[in-house]
Design a protein around this ligand. Structure first.
Ligand SMILES: C[S@@+](CC[C@H](N)C(=O)[O-])C[C@H]1O[C@@H](n2cnc3c(N)ncnc32)[C@H](O)[C@@H]1O
Length: 267
């Protein structure tokens, strides 16, 4: 299996759409009339959950009508927040077909299908025209990308001049071997954690100017906020998720990992 196949197999298993709808049902949520907040942290597969997504969207300056690209959209939680709270028109792509299928169903049930379109595609081959988007985000995807430069170059291609790109990832902030399994990988074969300086080099090589690099670790540590039925990414990532998260937290405590937000502009 190549890295893409390992990553898609890691995230997508079984009938994810039914599993999510069942979990929502059990949590007492009316799945025929979903609201964006109903999913709790279930569709926010990154440190800091919905609150961290909001900060990314604020850094991007997303407003009514912004044409926003979401690379590695997962279950579409960030895409839907961008549309619902900020008025963006969102196109999201993800490698994992089960995620895109579930994300599309959830989006339709929230009545957002006219503003959020999610498709299966790898980040380095986006089926979008040159310069067709105003802003782009990539949230907790880079840890799975062996060739970030290729993805950044593709994002650069589809952004208009002056377009802003926000990358929010777990990054390498100090030495020492990482503890596996992590939420994004079972081992080094599909884990490509890099430092903020390396991200900056890749972004510059792809034609971006880095605007800001912010270590958000202190703000995003900890479990998801309480929600109806206690919905968490464990519904999606399996029961082992809690142990995986513990390994991330241990590596953060040892100064190896940090949740870093980098913003860059197309020149
Ligand atoms: C930890 S999840 C984050 C999902 C979403 N951005 C969020 O924050 O909720 C990582 C996602 O990246 C996707 N992914 C990994 N490598 C990718 C690639 N090369 N192209 C597109 N998506 C990718 C995975 O399928 C998975 O959905």
């Amino acid at each position: 299996m190549d890295v893409s196949e390992v990553v898609a197999a890691h995230y997508g298993s079984g009938d994810l759409t039914s599993a999510i709808l069942r979990a929502l049902d059990e949590a007492g949520v009316d799945t025929t009339r979903l609201a964006v907040g109903d999913l709790g942290a279930l569709d926010q597969l990154h440190a800091g959950f919905a609150a961290a997504t909001r900060v990314v969207l604020e850094h991007l300056g997303v407003v009514e009508g912004t044409r926003l690209l979401d690379v590695g959209c997962g279950l579409g939680g960030a895409s839907r927040m961008a549309a619902h709270e900020f008025g963006a028109i969102v196109t999201g792509f993800d490698l994992t077909p089960q995620f895109v299928a579930a994300a599309t169903e959830l989006t339709a049930r929230m009545g957002l299908a006219d503003r959020v379109e999610l498709q299966v595609a790898p980040g380095d081959h986006l089926p979008l025209a040159d310069g067709s988007r105003d802003a782009a985000m990539m949230i907790h995807v880079g840890m799975n990308l062996p060739d970030k430069r290729a993805v950044f170059a593709e994002v650069r291609r589809v952004l208009r001049p002056g377009g802003i790109f926000a990358v929010y990832d777990q990054m390498r902030v100090g030495p020492g071997a990482l503890t596996f399994p992590q939420p994004w990988a079972d081992g080094v074969g599909s884990s490509f954690v890099e430092s903020p300086d390396q991200y900056a080099e890749h972004l510059a090589a792809a034609g971006f100017t880095v605007l800001a690099t912010v270590d958000r670790t202190p703000e995003v540590l900890g479990p998801p906020p309480p929600s109806a039925g206690g919905l968490t990414p464990a519904v999606v990532l399996g029961r082992g998720f809690v142990d995986r998260l513990r390994n991330t937290e241990a590596d953060i405590a040892k100064g190896r990992l940090g949740a870093v937000l980098v913003t860059a502009r197309v020149e």
